[in-house]
Design a protein around this ligand. Structure first.
Ligand SMILES: [Ca+2]
Ligand SMILES: [Ca+2]
Length: 116
């Protein structure tokens, strides 16, 4: 299972391009652009498992830092600010990591700072 078997390579490229500038990453926008927001819960779960590199059942800070590179190998790493706001947006139980039960694509009311 790879990300491109779930998401279109073109959509992934567009999503990564959109947040090339440091601190411009917004997970909600990213998931929308790459098409994940419109996937089934099972497909979202598959993506989660791909991103959970150590199979811990959680996405922790060290994994999220390289989040974009899981989609496109040449992409940048997320800044500390981006990693932290990503976690706090999806970390329902505040244990500092995103559990598989946490809905990555939930419409979390987090303001996204956008350049446009
Ligand atoms: Ca993990
Ligand atoms: Ca959590």
């Amino acid at each position: 299972m790879s990300l491109t078997s779930i998401l279109s390579a073109e959509d992934i490229e567009n999503a990564v391009k959109d947040c090339q500038a440091p601190d411009s990453f917004c997970h909600k926008k990213f998931f929308g652009l790459c098409g994940l927001s419109s996937k089934t819960p099972q497909e979202v779960q598959n993506v989660f498992q791909i991103l959970d590199e150590d199979n811990s059942g959680y996405l922790q800070e060290s994994e999220l830092k390289f989040f974009l590179q899981r989609f496109v190998p040449g992409a940048r790493t997320l800044t500390e600010t981006e990693t932290k706001s990503f976690i706090s947006a999806a970390d329902d139980d505040s244990d500092g990591r995103i559990g598989a039960e946490g809905n990555l694509t939930d419409d979390v009311p987090v303001p996204c700072v956008s350049g446009d």
